[in-house]
Write a protein that binds this ligand. Structure first.
Ligand code: F3S
Length: 753
């Protein structure tokens, strides 16, 4: 991967100068997070200090990673940018569309058949534009990234919320929407609100039954699912240095569960060991050369309260194994208190299934420690009482743990090895009987345990724990079992206890793999044809949006005046619609179907001003489009909050809505609208929202002199012949106004290509 090492050299070469500039600008010692962020400013060396939690800053990430569900629209958009190659090293990982049912081999064959058109499309786009393509079965995005691409001091964005996993190897790695990935691949800067910083000091050392997973389970209990919002969590201290790189990855991965922007550990000997064992000794050598910049300054860690917005301290020597749940990952129970909680709350104590692995917990260390328990079960004549599944994070891990006999051991315990893919973690689990919706308990080493996530059954009580605890509880078949204190009765009727798990951080014989499942892109992709069937209902090539016509917009029909909460889920629902993520026309049939019509309080029912009849929102808008009539959407406060899903901005643009006028926007959605060439406006006086009437015909005036900071006027022409003229604000800067005029940001990039 020569491309990568050259890129890493360039990144490291600029570190000394940029860190010096940052120290000068900030005027104090720096945390690791600040070093990495300031080293990746799009402006180059820092000329000013940025306000944490305040300033919006442009960054230049080093890499992009995408999983197959989100990559589809990101790449369809990228194709619009008119580039021959991606601007930064990027990869696609086929992990989300494989359903777990019988076991790895059969499930993979079925998935390849079912998703063939999506895989063929992603493979061909990757081949053409220079992206690394990881085929179905190659592994889960975050594990594959950790093994191959993450590097200390780097910055990466990924179209998946657990992208922060790479923080285990010292990378600022942040989950984003497809539009952001598209921008960075097209060479544009990437904007982020400069984060706040939470410092977590780890002291002591893990031992016995406790593992790295328990650190984040404990942190989730302290900070709750919202406690990390807008912040990067930086771990430091002797305890941090004692953890394996993959253990650190687990902690960073699950930082998503506290809402953190990302989490990070500094570069240390464990990072170097992991890099070397994954055939990247050259990266470790480069990192050693700038090691002082790949950790926070000594003074910062000596007096963390001065430099972090919040500091937490955890002593690993005193940390107990935890079980979190059900239904939320921040309900944290030390194992000594868990049995009582199960009884008091009436949760089903009988454990149906234990599931280990996933992107969160499928390192060699995890698997070997879990296998040590499985081996004990066999040796001590214990028959596992629960079903048990193993999801390896990558083919490299799977091949290696198979070579070392662990999969065999799991098999003897009755375990089933699933494909190297997300599977049950993302609800791709054909769990037999789930449709009966019976109350039951499962325990996983995954990260999320919201209702219905694993098997669609709202009554499945899902708990999260380390692979070791999951395995022990699966052997017992009982949630109230505490392996540290309780014994089990074996086949001979003898009472036995499980010994502490043991394992290896890294394989003694090294990692091995026969076919990692990687497709190297073509050197010159100009001759590669993109494979999209014109009859596909899942994929559709995009057409450029039309440029602005150069005049004010007159006679727009009010499509909907939405009342109250209108999140990206209300604008573009998930669930069954995810199937159409790569087909803008088809997915547009969900446009605004969750929004509440302020005149009727109904959802998905609006008045068609051309016919006077009420109809579904997408159908009504399609009628306006067919008749060449523009429309406008009016909304309430914080319109577009929620995910960064770009479909919520693309769908109205695609169906011919010309403007979104609201009391206030969620910032990411507002930016997404701007990128798609849509007008996003806010009422200068929020009370003017009440002036908008159901039968209004609306003009937007002032576009010919559209300028930053200058208000526009909106004329509400009411059905009774009267009208109201109101002032509206916008936040477009010069560049964004150019996006609007060109029809979209991508149109502009294409014009300049
Ligand atoms: Fe996949 Fe679950 Fe991770 S869905 S990427 S294994 S969080």
């Amino acid at each position: 991967m020569a491309f990568d090492i050259e890129m890493i050299k360039k990144v490291y070469a600029r570190y000394p100068e940029r860190i010096e500039a940052a120290r000068k600008a900030v005027g104090r010692p720096l945390t690791l997070t600040e070093k990495i962020l300031y080293a990746h400013l799009s402006e180059g060396a820092a000329s000013q200090a940025y306000g944490r939690g305040v300033s919006y800053v442009d960054f230049q990430p080093d890499r992009v990673a995408m999983q197959d569900a989100t990559a589809q629209m990101a790449l369809l958009q990228f194709m619009q940018a008119g580039k021959n190659q991606v601007a930064v090293p990027s990869t696609v990982h086929c992990d989300h569309l494989i359903q777990a049912e019988v076991g790895a081999d059969q499930d993979l064959i079925k998935a390849k058949d079912k998703n063939r058109e999506v895989y063929d499309f992603l493979a061909s786009v990757s081949n053409k534009y220079g992206l690394g393509f990881w085929k179905p079965g190659a592994g889960i995005i975050h594990q594959v990234v950790l093994e191959n691409y993450s590097f200390p001091g780097g910055m990466m964005i990924g179209t998946d919320s657990h992208t922060p996993n790479a923080g285990g190897l010292g990378m600022v790695a942040i989950g984003v929407g497809g539009a952001d990935a598209c921008d960075v691949m097209a060479g544009l800067p990437w904007e982020l609100k400069f984060p706040k910083l939470i410092g977590i000091k780890l002291t002591g050392k893990l031992s016995g039954w406790t593992s790295a997973k328990d650190v984040i389970l404990k942190v989730a209990g302290i900070l709750t699912v919202k406690g990390g919002t807008g912040a990067i969590v930086e771990y430091f201290g002797d305890g941090a240095r004692s953890l394996s790189a993959t253990g650190k990855g687990t902690i960073c991965n699950m930082g998503a569960e506290i809402g953190a922007t990302t989490s990070i550990f500094g570069y240390d000997e464990k990072s170097a060991a992991y890099l070397s064992s994954t055939e990247r000794a050259d990266v470790a050598e480069l990192a050693n050369g700038i090691a002082e910049h790949l950790t926070g300054d000594d003074e910062v860690y000596a007096n963390p309260a001065t430099y972090f917005d919040e500091v937490i301290e955890i002593n690993l020597s005193e940390l107990e194994p935890h079980v979190n749940g059900p239904f939320t990952p921040d309900l944290a129970w030390p194992i000594s208190k868990f049995a009582a909680a199960v009884k008091e709350n009436g949760w089903p104590a009988k454990l149906e299934v234990g599931l280990i692995g996933s992107c969160t917990n499928s390192s060699y260390e995890d698997i070997s420690r879990a296998a040590s328990l499985a081996q004990q079960a066999v040796d001590k004549k214990l028959v596992a009482k629960s079903e048990y599944t193993i999801t390896p994070g990558s083919e490299q891990v799977r091949f290696t743990v198979d070579r070392d006999g662990f999969l065999d051991t799991f098999g003897q315990m009755g375990g089933v090895v699933l494909a190297n893919a997300c599977g049950p973690c993302i609800g791709q689990w054909a769990r037999h009987g789930a449709e009966k919706q019976e109350k039951n308990s499962i325990i996983t080493s995954f990260n999320r345990n919201f209702a219905k996530r694993a098997d669609g059954n709202p009554n499945t009580h899902s708990f999260v724990a380390s692979p070791e605890i999951v395995t022990a509880l699966a052997i017992a078949g009982d949630l109230t079992f505490n392996p540290m204190t309780d014994s089990l009765i074996n086949e001979d009727g003898v009472s036995v206890m499980l010994d502490e798990p043991s394992g290896l951080e890294l394989p003694a014989k090294g990692f091995a793999v026969e076919d990692a499942g990687y497709q190297q892109p073509a050197e010159d992709g100009s001759g590669v044809t993109i494979v999209v069937s014109p009859t596909s209902d899942r994929l559709q090539l995009l057409d450029s949006f039309k440029a602005w016509e150069g005049t004010d917009l007159k006679g727009l029909k009010l499509l909907i005046k939405a009342k109250g909460k209108c999140t990206t889920d209300h604008i573009s629902m998930a669930g069954p619609w995810l199937r159409y993520r790569g087909h803008l026309d088809n997915i547009s049939n969900n446009m605004l179907i969750g929004a509440v019509n302020s005149y009727t309080d109904a959802t998905n029912s609006v008045k068609n001003q051309l016919t006077g009849a009420y109809g579904e929102v997408p159908a009504t808008q399609r009628d306006y489009k067919a008749n060449g009539v523009g429309s406008i959407v009016v909304g309430d406060e914080n319109y577009g909050e929620g995910s960064s899903r770009e479909h919520a901005a693309m769908e109205p643009r695609f169906l011919g809505v010309r403007a979104i006028l609201v009391k206030s926007f969620a910032r990411i959605h507002e930016t997404n609208l701007k990128k798609q060439g849509m007008l996003g406006l806010t009422f200068a006086n929020p009370a003017d929202y009440d002036l908008v009437q159901e039968n209004d015909s609306i003009d937007i005036v002032g576009l010919t002199t559209f300028a930053p900071g200058k208000q526009l006027q909106v004329v509400l022409n009411h059905a009774d012949g009267t009208s109201d003229t109101i002032q509206v604000n916008h936040t477009y800067n010069e560049g964004q106004i150019e996006w609007f005029k060109a029809g979209s940001a991508l149109n502009l990039i294409k014009a300049k290509a």
